[in-house]
Structure formats: C-alpha cells, structure tokens
Design a binder for this molecule. Structure first.
Ligand SMILES: NC(=O)c1ccc[n+]([C@@H]2O[C@H](COP(=O)([O-])OP(=O)(O)OC[C@H]3O[C@@H](n4cnc5c(N)ncnc54)[C@H](O)[C@@H]3O)[C@@H](O)[C@H]2O)c1
Length: 339
C-alpha cells in the first residue's frame, strides 16, 4: 500500500486475472500497438457497468494536448459521469496521458494504471506525475494525480522489444544507485521481477515523503536526467529512447562527480561497466557544447535559471544529492570529455 499526502493506493504485482468495477462505467485507454496485443484479453477480464475503449496513436510525439483532447472527447461521447473510471493500458506515454485526462475530466475522476513497459512499471505508473509535452519542452503541462490502483503484470514484458526493455533497466539502475547501491552488486537480468518490486518500493518511499517534489528528495529521482534531457533534445527526441539517454546521462553525471572529488573513480567505472554489460549506451558524443549546456536551462528543474544537478557521492555510503552551485568551468571540462 502506497500512501501519499493525497491518496492511498495499492500496487499489485503479478498476473491480472479479473478486474471488477461493477457499479462503474469504464473508459479503457490504450494505444494501437497494445490494442492488437492485449485488448481482447483485457476486455475478457474487466467486469463493469459498461466498458468503453479509446485507442490513441503510439509514441512520444503524440504525448500532447491534441491526444488529451481525443481522450476527453471519447469520455464525453460515451457519456461518462463523475463516478466513472479511466484505465491506462500502456507504457509511460499512455500512463501519463490518462493520469492527466482523468485528472481534468469533470474536475477529476479516478484512474487505474496497468503499465505494459518496464519503464512504466518501475517509474511512470507510481507517483502521480502526469504531464504532456508542448513546443517548449517535455512534460511541461500537467498535474499531480495519483492512481486509485496500479496493477503490474510482468507477463506484458514478453512482447516488449529488447531495446524498450533495456531502457527500463536504466531507470532501475538509476533508482538503485541513488537509494540502495548494494543492489547493483551482482546485478543480474534474470532477477528482473525482484528488481521491479524493489524499484517500486524505493520509489514509493520517496513519493510518500515528498509527493509534489517540494523538498529535494523526489528530485533525486532525476539523477542522470539533466544530462539525459539535453541528449534527448540534441537527438530531436527520436535518436534515443528516454532510458538510453538516462544511461548516458548517468555516465556524464558521474564524470562530473569524479571531477568534483565527491565520487570515487572505482564507482564511476563500475556503474559505466554495468550499463555497458547490460547493453545500454554509455558514451554520447555532444554535437554542440554551447547549445548542450544551454539545454540544461530548459530543464523543468532549472526554470529558476539556476542549474540543479543530482550527483552521486561516495562518502561512508553511496547516495545521490542535489548540487546548485557548480562552477560553469568544471561543467564545460566534463562536456569537452564527451565532445
Ligand atoms: N510520470 C512519471 O513519473 C514518469 C516517469 C518516467 C517516465 N515517464 C514518461 O514515460 C514515457 C516513456 O514511457 P515508455 O518508455 O514506457 O514509452 P512508451 O509508452 O512510448 O512505450 C514504448 C513503446 O512500446 C510499446 N509497448 C508498450 N508496451 C508494450 C508491450 N507490452 N509489448 C509490446 N510493445 C509495447 C508502445 O506501444 C510504444 O511503442 C515518457 O513520456 C516519460 O516522460 C513518466
């Protein structure tokens, strides 16, 4: 059971065999890829007053206000009322959009999350951050809206392309590095179900203490992301998957930590070798250093025009901390290593 300031909800891990909402009208929202793979199965196990379906286009480029409007249009067309329920069946893109659409439909109705990618299972489906992109950047429009329940069924991973699976592993490594570094020793992909459960537990602990990122705690989940977002921007959001950019971003952030003398180079090398062994990219070649640096300021976390870096430190224990006053010269030295 996860308990935030605004909601208590359970995250159930295992096979989904039946979903009963007999007094509710349901709008199941999914994307075209998942419609072919799982819609029939999902419709066979949901028992509700009515089950309506809204299928939207796949991909980050459709995570925008236009698709939110399509979901709302479908909810109105099917005459959903305030006690209706939306179900998100999909990866992080669907999870974020359904969280958002249900959060504003008639001033907010309940939603349930059924993540189908590893990244959505361990990260996007828990914590209630729901945002869409616009021309100014990623996830800049949205709200905090916690799901009523989350069902994590690892069986969905069987059809997930390898590249997407590895992108999710990058987020697992991120969360372990920040909060339980010992789990990275002997990291083995065969233990993926245990790692899913552990990642959710660790993220839940963070969300319970700092739901709306008012303190520095939830911000720590952005380890690797300041560099990662700049990589995604330079690649036009199509060259790399989010998790791949995070993997390279983690390596860059660690290099900055080493330069600042707060992380041992053994740990830097260990994490880099682990990411590489798993099959994730670890070296990004920056196209233009000045615009890469300027991209840091478009990051949501830097809208107060100060740069905030989440960096790993190794003192008695390895942990992530927030750094606000890093000399531009040092950041440039790190960027030159990747140019
Ligand atoms: N809200 C949060 O806290 C949070 C956290 C992390 C990431 N995110 C967001 O998540 C998004 C990325 O999510 P993602 O990596 O899941 O990408 P995604 O939702 O785009 O899914 C990736 C691809 O995999 C396909 N797919 C999904 N499940 C499948 C399955 N079981 N079998 C076969 N194909 C399947 C999808 O159709 C899509 O083409 C980003 O927009 C990011 O901003 C949000």
């Amino acid at each position: 059971m996860l308990s935030t300031g605004t909601q208590k909800y359970s995250v159930t891990i295992g096979k989904i065999t039946s979903l009963k909402f007999e007094d509710k009208d349901v709008l199941l929202v999914t994307s075209k890829n998942l419609e072919h793979l799982y819609l029939e199965y999902m419709l066979s196990i949901i028992k509700a007053k009515s089950v309506n379906v809204c299928v939207v286009d796949d991909g980050e480029m459709h995570k925008n206000m236009q698709t939110i409007d399509e979901i709302l249009e479908s909810a109105f067309k099917h005459k959903l009322h305030r006690n209706a329920l939306m179900i998100a069946l999909g990866g992080g893109v669907i999870t974020d959009m359904v969280g958002f659409a249900s959060g504003i439909f008639q001033r907010g109705i309940d939603f349930i999350s059924i993540p189908t990618t590893l990244l959505a299972m361990v990260d996007a489906s828990v914590g209630g951050k729901c945002g869409v992109n616009n021309k100014y950047g990623k996830n800049l429009i949205g709200l905090f809206h916690q799901p009523k329940q989350v069902f994590v069924a690892p069986m969905f991973l069987r059809t997930l392309p390898e590249r997407e699976l590895l992108a999710g592993v990058a987020e697992i490594i991120k969360i372990f590095a920040c909060f339980e570094y010992s789990l990275l020793q002997n990291f083995n992909m065969l233990d993926i179900e245990f790692y899913i459960q552990k990642s959710i537990e660790l993220k839940a602990q963070v969300v319970e203490k700092d739901e709306k990122e008012r303190h520095d705690l939830r911000a720590l989940l952005n380890y690797g992301h300041t560099f990662g977002h700049a990589i995604e921007l330079e690649g036009g959001y199509s060259e790399f998957l989010h998790g791949e950019a995070v993997s390279m971003g983690i390596v860059m952030a660690n290099r900055l930590s080493v330069k600042l003398g707060i992380l041992s180079s053994d740990i830097d090398m260990f994490i880099c070798a682990l990411l590489k062994r798993i099959g994730l990219p670890t070296h990004y070649k920056i196209k233009d250093i000045d615009s890469f640096y300027n991209a840091f300021f478009y990051d949501k976390k830097s809208l107060d025009s100060k740069l905030h870096f989440i960096l790993l430190e190794s003192k008695e224990v390895v942990k992530a901390t927030v750094h606000n006053n890093i000399d531009k010269q040092i950041i440039y030295e790190v960027l030159h290593e990747f140019a």
